[in-house]
Design a protein around this ligand. Structure first.
Ligand SMILES: Nc1nc2c(ncn2[C@@H]2O[C@H](COP(=O)(O)OP(=O)(O)OP(=O)(O)O)[C@@H](O)[C@H]2O)c(=O)[nH]1
Ligand SMILES: [Mg+2]
Length: 257
C-alpha cells in the first residue's frame, strides 16, 4: 500500500463540519468543471452506522445531475459505514483508484470532518479542502478536530452571512504561526462569490509540506490499526480482556506474537 498512490488523477477531500455547505460546494464545482472533466463524487459518512445508503443519498442531491449535458460525465456514490473497525477508508481508496483508472479525471470525497474516522477518510485523498462557515459561537470547529493541519486549502463558505470575515480572521491568526499556511478563500453558494476561483484552485492545488506529513501520519495510524484489528485473535483477546480480566500489556504481547 503506497501513500498518495493515485497516478491517474486527483483525489480531493471536501471536508468540514455538518451543514457547512460541502454538498452545495461540490455541486458548484461540478457545474463549473464538467463536462470538461469526468468527475466522481463519493459521499462518505463513517460515523453513522444507522444512516445507511438512503439517508446519504438524500444528503447529496446535486442540481448538476439535472443538466443532461453534464450528468453523463459525473458519477455519484454514497459510501455507508461497513464496520466499526475503520475499514471504510481502504474501500474508498480502492474505489477512487478504480474510478481514476476508468476515465475519471477527478474524484471528490465529501466527508464530515468531525472525528478520527473522518480525518482518516480525508487522509486517503491527495489534497484536502477544509470547509468552514460563519462562527456559531463555539469557535472554529475544524481546528478542534485537528483538521486544519491536514488542509491544503481552507474555504469559508456562507460568505453571504454575517460572521464569515471574523472566521477568516480567526483562521488567519491561528494559522499565522505556521510557515506554509494554506490559502483561505471565501465562498457563497447563494451569491456565487468565490466559486469560480475555488473551481480553478481545486484542479491545481499545491501540496503543503506539513499537510502531507499530517496525511501520512493518518495513513500510518490507519494501516497500523487495520493490522491489529485483522488479527484473527483480536476478538477473542477482547473477550478475554472484558470477561476474564486479561491485562492490556498481556493482550498486546499476544497480539504481537
Ligand atoms: N446562506 C448560505 N447557505 C448555504 C450556503 N451554502 C449552503 N447553504 C445551506 O446550508 C445548508 C447545508 O448545505 P449542505 O451543502 O447540505 O451542507 P453539507 O456540509 O453538505 O451538510 P452535511 O453533508 O449534512 O454535513 C443548506 O440548507 C444549504 O442551502 C451559502 O453559501 N450561504
Ligand atoms: Mg453534504
Amino acid at each position: 500500500m503506497q501513500v498518495d498512490s493515485y497516478t491517474d488523477g486527483d483525489v480531493i477531500a471536501i471536508t468540514g463540519p455538518p451543514g457547512v455547505g460541502k454538498s452545495c460546494i461540490v455541486d458548484a464545482i461540478l457545474h463549473r468543471l464538467s463536462p470538461t472533466k469526468n468527475i466522481a463524487v463519493l459521499a462518505v459518512d463513517p460515523t453513522s452506522p444507522l444512516s445507511g445508503g438512503a439517508l446519504l443519498g438524500d444528503r447529496i442531491r446535486l442540481s448538476v445531475l439535472d443538466d443532461k449535458t453534464k450528468s453523463d460525465s459525473i458519477y455519484v456514490r454514497s459510501v455507508a459505514t461497513r464496520s466499526s473497525s475503520g475499514s471504510i477508508p481502504s474501500i474508498i481508496r480502492d474505489l477512487a483508484s478504480h474510478l481514476l483508472s476508468n476515465s475519471f479525471d477527478l474524484v471528490l470525497i465529501e466527508t464530515v470532518g468531525a472525528g478520527q474516522a473522518e480525518m482518516r477518510c480525508a487522509a486517503i485523498a491527495n489534497r484536502i479542502v477544509v470547509v468552514e462557515g460563519p462562527a456559531r459561537g463555539d469557535g472554529i470547529q475544524a481546528e478542534k478536530a485537528g483538521l486544519l493541519e491536514l488542509a491544503d486549502l481552507i474555504v469559508v463558505n456562507k460568505a453571504d452571512l454575517e460572521g464569515s470575515d471574523k472566521v477568516v480572521n480567526d483562521l488567519s491568526v491561528s494559522l499565522g504561526l505556521t510557515s506554509d499556511a494554506p490559502p483561505i478563500i471565501k465562498t457563497s453558494t447563494v451569491t456565487g462569490e468565490g466559486l469560480d476561483n475555488l473551481s480553478n484552485l481545486i484542479t491545481n492545488l499545491e501540496e503543503r509540506t506539513s499537510s502531507k506529513r499530517a496525511r501520512c501520519r493518518q495513513q500510518l495510524l490507519m494501516a497500523h490499526e487495520s493490522i491489529l484489528t485483522s488479527n484473527p485473535h483480536f476478538e477473542g483477546i477482547l473477550d478475554r480482556m472484558s470477561e476474564e480480566g486479561l491485562a492490556l500489556d498481556e493482550a498486546l504481547r499476544e497480539l504481537n506474537e
